[in-house]
Design a protein around this ligand. Structure first.
Ligand code: SF4
Length: 344
């Protein structure tokens, strides 16, 4: 067993551990772990030790009684992913790329996760032969994104075998990995994984898209592994989610975007929260998100900013919110340009 796997075994998962470490949690808060289990890595525990409930990192990983309230517009499958799954574990929503859900496991369970209701029903991975057959039959697909769960929960050997298999599909030109592990389990980025990144990148251009939401997540260990990943020659991007009480103020977002840029990580997307069940307490109105982006642009015109987007299945996917006229008509119901749509 590798040291990161041993570290993972020390994660906080039980109500007893939560009560001991966070005495201010109510029984209502702890009950929310029945809806979506808790898993908090030792790395995060180190960062949130002695923190109070308003700490942004605490809000992202500790259960809250507010998760037990489900709003009318919230859905178990907010992006209607089941409608775009031609073979188990393969999502095909955009013509030129597919997502492979290679595992349902994550190092840490994020309370705002848009797949929080789907994870328990997701298969333990993709149906590999069917997925490869599908890719051969769809030459328009140029990019494969490994997602999940978190693909870096797989061992190096399994990742290598995925990469090898995908390299053998002649029409695939690019590989991408979506992962939050550089945030919550930096020890997973081992020297052998770094070598593997370099090897993969020589076969197919590789992009790793990380998921930092707050500058406090960029602790020394996290910065170090971003520098090391950078050294392998791969492309590094970051996507964040706009979350109430976490990063919904201009100063926090500016510090986050500046820090990532300095580390050579491209600010890729700032996502509007997807309406998964029990996440309303994280919701930030689109108008506020747009105001924040305008404020940041006016203060730092040369800062490389992410695209502020919402994923709206009824409109075919991601919409650039700074380019669209968005009017909030009632919670979860928006008018986009000339249309009225449920944001789901
Ligand atoms: S790492 Fe990603 S998939 Fe896993 S719980 Fe967090 S947001 Fe969800």
């Amino acid at each position: 067993m590798e040291s990161w796997q041993r570290e993972l075994q020390q994660s906080i998962r039980t109500p007893e551990e939560l009560r001991t470490l966070f005495s201010w949690l109510t029984e209502g808060d702890i009950d929310a772990q029945q809806l979506f289990p808790v898993s908090i890595t030792p790395h995060t525990i180190k960062l949130v030790k002695n923190a109070d409930p308003s700490n942004p990192l605490v809000r992202m990983c500790l259960p809250s009684a507010q998760e037990c309230v489900v709003s009318d517009h919230e859905r178990e499958d907010p992006l209607c992913e089941k409608n775009h799954t031609p073979v188990p574990g393969l999502l095909h929503r955009y013509s030129d790329r597919v997502l492979l859900l290679v595992t349902s496991a994550c190092a840490q369970h994020c309370r705002f996760c848009f797949r929080r209701c789907l994870k328990s029903t997701m298969t333990q991975g993709t149906d590999i032969p069917s997925a490869i057959k599908y890719l051969h039959a769809h030459p328009e697909v140029k990019e494969v994104i490994l997602s999940g769960g978190d693909p870096l929960m797989l061992t190096d050997d399994l990742l290598e075998s995925w990469c090898q298999t995908l390299c053998e599909v002649p029409t695939i030109e690019r590989l991408r990995i979506h992962t939050r592990i550089p945030v919550v389990l930096p020890s997973r980025i081992t020297p052998s994984f770094l070598e593997q990144c370099h090897r993969m990148h020589t076969k197919l251009p590789l992009t790793i898209v990380t998921h930092f939401n707050h500058p406090k997540e960029l602790a020394q260990e996290n910065r170090l592994i971003l520098e090391r990943l950078q050294g392998t020659g791969i492309t590094l991007k970051n996507q964040s989610v706009l979350l109430r009480g976490v990063n919904d103020d201009a100063t926090t977002l500016i510090t986050l975007f500046q820090s990532l840029s300095t580390l050579g990580v491209e600010n890729y997307y700032l996502h509007q929260l997807d309406p998964a069940c029990g996440t309303r307490h994280f919701y930030v109105p689109i108008e506020k998100g747009k105001e924040l982006m305008t404020q940041i642009r006016s203060q730092y015109p040369s800062l490389q900013l992410p695209r502020y987007v919402a994923d709206i299945p009824s409109l075919g996917g991601k919409k650039d919110l700074e380019q669209e006229e968005v009017v909030e008509e009632s919670p979860g119901v928006y008018r986009l340009s000339s249309f009225a749509h449920l944001l789901r």
